[in-house]
Design a protein around this ligand. Sequence first.
Ligand code: ZN
Length: 178
Amino acid sequence: MPYEQPLKKAYFLPSHILLLDDAVRLAEDIISDYFSLTTDYWIRNPYEVRTLRQANTVDTPERVYAHLTKYGKILSQKDSGTDDRYLYRIQIYDHRILEVTQGLKEVLRPFLVYIMTHELVHITRFSRFECLVDKEDKVMEEEKVHNITNKILSRVPIPRLGDIIEFFKREDRVRLAV
Ligand SMILES: [Zn+2]
């Protein structure tokens, strides 16, 4: 292709942010239930969700909807020496998600639930040391998380979620980067 149309930058509207907040809560419940997590699990394994407006850069990898980053120990616990705790950040790429969902509530809702569930599966596996990210092959881990996410969500009765699962089965896996 000699020329590719540059992607228009677009941010989530307040109504989209509400859907995202809802998807975060729902994904936490789904994951907690599936992995039988304790009620304080997400307090002990904190993560933040950032939309594009809060990002320092819009220089996003090609065709990626969300990106998970793992940080070192929380400062206040640095000297305790008893456990390895990490902070996680989930960067949401509003413009890419809006492009593919057209910002339609009935599509965006299951789409965000899918993305959040996928990322929380990553975090859960990190925290349970089922995935040692420095050592394990990232492609293999991505494949595992993809399969677990599809398995978990296939039992969740959310309208249009089945379409989203099929969509991600067809998609290139790099679209949800670790
Ligand atoms: Zn992933």
